[in-house]
Unconditional design. Structure first.
Length: 255
């Protein structure tokens, strides 16, 4: 009787440990699966099916589940290279990719795969860990964007503009012009109509600038009401159509 109770206690503890492990994985956004060559089968964490599609066709062999992950087209090439390197060299490999999930949303995952080889360099086990890093990637992209672009106008900020113009002028032999625009009586607009109206004027002017920029040209918000534009040719060489475009921008400033 005591032996049965002791066995039941061990089993109960084991089940609770598995449940805690699964809960920890789900909370941390971690999804794990493992392929055992001796058993020729997969062990997959319970939360995996809540995030990804899973069917029998994906469980045919040791690489089938990994290669069946619905990686986005943008990252498919990098992921294929990751799988190829893993199969060729073994060991532990990592890749950062976007994966289409069951809820029809795309999330960033850090995929870590480790291939353990036995005798004759034959694969014994394949362990794959998918860690959801979507929040971190979004925060990183937001920081990168804010460090490069002005949040109000979506034009380059002053620091990024200096960096871009330095790159352009150091790598191109063409001549360039620097156009400076600013809103007349901007302080009066702010004082009389309020800062929100002033912001609307700035946004309207920036929209006009963006609508007339061509590929390779640069523009930035230099200060509160001032903008800098670098066309790819000297103003004197502009065609009548291009001069008309710049004239429309200047009319926006005067408005």
């Amino acid at each position: 009787m005591n032996e049965q109770l002791e066995e039941m206690t061990v089993v109960s503890r084991f089940i609770r440990e598995i449940e805690r492990y699964e809960e920890a994985n789900e909370i941390s956004g971690t999804y794990v699966f493992e392929y055992d060559s001796y058993d020729q089968g997969y062990s997959i964490c319970a939360s995996f099916e809540n995030m990804f599609k899973l069917d029998s066709e994906m469980l045919k062999d040791q690489m089938s589940l990994l290669t069946s992950l619905p990686v986005t087209e943008q990252d498919a090439g990098r992921f294929a290279a990751f799988v190829e390197e893993l199969q060729r060299d073994g060991g532990r490999k990592r890749v950062l990719v976007r994966i289409n999930c069951l809820d029809e949303k795309t999330r960033w995952f850090k995929v870590t795969a480790e291939q353990l080889n036995g005798l004759n360099n034959q694969t014994v086990r394949l362990i794959v860990i998918l860690q959801d890093v979507n929040s971190e990637m979004k925060a990183k992209r937001e920081l990168e964007y804010r460090s490069t672009f002005d949040t109000l106008t979506q034009l380059y900020n002053q620091e990024a503009f200096y960096e871009k113009i330095t790159e352009t002028l150091s790598t191109e032999d063409d001549e360039y012009a620097l156009v400076s625009l600013e809103i007349d009586n901007y302080s009066v607009i702010n004082d009389r109509f309020g800062p929100e109206v002033g912001k609307r004027c700035v946004k309207y002017l920036s929209k006009c600038i963006k609508n007339h920029l061509r590929w390779g040209e640069l523009a930035c918000r230099y200060s509160d009401d001032a903008f800098m534009i670098v066309p790819d040719v000297v103003l004197l060489k502009l065609s009548p159509v291009q001069r008309h475009g710049l004239g429309q921008i200047v009319l926006c400033v005067r408005a």
